[in-house]
Design a protein around this ligand. Structure first.
Ligand SMILES: Cc1cc2nc3c(=O)[nH]c(=O)nc-3n(C[C@H](O)[C@H](O)[C@H](O)COP(=O)(O)OP(=O)(O)OC[C@H]3O[C@@H](n4cnc5c(N)ncnc54)[C@H](O)[C@@H]3O)c2cc1C
Length: 373
């Protein structure tokens, strides 16, 4: 089956979905391709900071998301031996928002579906890029579940397909990886009764443990472990590991005992950041994690993808109408975003390096512009 469109976006994560909506709203024919059978199936971050919140409010997506359910975090706390020894309150009135990704993507898709120029293809995995004789990208080939190969011809391809981007690889864009010395174990447990929505940090064996309150009464545990150590950890019993977690947070004992029984209850996130040599080629651009994977520190990744989409949606319509989709023209987008993203990545390193200091400073309550880790 063959399709034709102005813009073909690969990946319906926060970046790709928002860009598709913002373009379709401007009457630009847009096909959004997602390999999963449903939106929000991929495991990804759900903590929205003020940058992401601002963009979603600007485009009237926030209201619907709020009606589906989200949770505002009231403050950040540092814990030791079952007690808070430092609290940081945000000048913004909240310390980030937990938004279940299903609620975010569903709200964007609901708004986008109103526009006839928007088409979403689920269960469709991009496998090849097409180019003309001048090397300009002209479309994609994909495998669609139950239907076989499809071809989408487009004026521009957008790779919004995440940290392991197929589009980036197929376009031979070099991705430079920077390790941060740690990986992350994630687990989700029901929150005990009367659990206040907050972000709680502790040090366990000199490694950071973070608890994020979530909408609908859950807690997301983010546990830093030494980079590459998971294989050997998994060979040990999980119980001593769990016992250590209960030391700073004894109120979690019951929920942990009921819900965490083996390593299978944790998900490993390989933590790294990356920057690509370029974000654009003729007829192609990459956005979000595909262009710049971030570490979880500060919850910048999803927010940065959302901001990329917002900026590109303002630049692309003019370039499309002028037929100027060469790499040199598309660089306007990269130039508008790259420095901000790289500054955030540098900030992540500073925050990670200074985390231990938060545990050596004296007992106090602070008001500051929060970074979440
Ligand atoms: C455990 C974890 C916690 C995190 N916590 C936070 C947080 O709290 N806040 C925050 O801001 N960021 C967080 N991040 C980072 C955040 O999840 C990412 O930065 C963000 O999801 C990037 O959005 P994206 O749209 O660029 O790509 P993604 O969200 O990765 O979406 C890419 C999409 O492309 C699809 N896809 C991939 N290949 C193909 C293909 N060949 N064909 C078709 N579709 C394809 C995938 O199925 C996926 O849906 C976290 C990340 C992880 C893993």
């Amino acid at each position: 089956m063959n399709y034709q469109t102005d813009v073909c976006i690969i990946g319906a994560g926060p970046g790709g979905a928002l860009l598709a909506y913002l373009l379709a709203k401007q009457n630009i024919s847009t096909i959004l391709i997602e390999r999963s059978d449903e939106l929000g199936k991929e495991f990804r971050g759900e903590h929205l900071n003020e940058d992401g919140e601002m963009i979603l409010k600007k485009h009237h997506i926030f209201e619907e998301m709020e009606s589906l359910g989200l949770l505002r975090m009231s403050r950040v706390e540092y814990w030791k031996d079952g007690h808070v020894f430092k609290t940081i309150e945000s000048e913004l009135g909240h310390a980030g928002i937990h938004v279940p990704q299903h609620h975010l993507l569903q709200s964007i898709n609901n708004q986008a579906s109103i526009h006839p120029s928007y088409k979403l293809m689920l269960g469709t995995k991009v496998t090849e890029l097409m180019q003309n004789e001048k090397g300009q990208y002209t479309g994609i080939k994909a495998q669609q579940k139950g239907r076989g190969e499809i071809i989408v011809e487009s004026k521009i391809i957008i790779g919004a397909d995440g940290r392991y981007s197929t589009v980036r690889k197929l376009a031979h864009i070099k991705n430079n990886i920077h390790n941060h010395g740690y990986d992350l174990l994630w687990a989700k447990i029901p929150a005990p009764a009367n659990w206040e929505p907050s972000i709680k940090f502790a040090l366990v064996e000199q490694q950071q443990v973070a608890l994020f309150s979530q909408a609908k009464g859950f807690i997301q545990i983010g546990w830093n472990i030494k980079k590459g150590s998971y294989t050997s950890l998994r060979k040990q019993s999980v119980q001593p590991f769990l016992d250590q977690l209960i030391l700073p947070f004894p109120q979690l004992k019951e929920s942990m005992e009921q819900n965490l029984h083996s390593w299978k209850d944790f998900i490993l996130l390989s933590v790294y950041s990356s920057h690509c040599d370029t974000w654009v080629k003729s007829g192609l651009a990459i956005i979000g994690d595909a262009a710049h994977t971030m570490t979880p520190t500060g919850a910048y990744g999803m927010n940065a993808a959302i901001m990329d989409a917002d900026v590109l949606s303002q630049i692309l319509p003019n370039l499309l109408s002028q037929g100027s989709l060469k790499a040199g023209n598309l660089k306007v987008f990269e130039n508008a975003r790259r420095k901000t993203v790289e500054d955030l990545q540098a900030q992540q390193v500073v925050t990670e390096d200074s985390f231990m200091e938060k545990f050596t400073n004296s007992l106090k309550t602070e008001k500051e512009n929060l970074t979440l880790y």
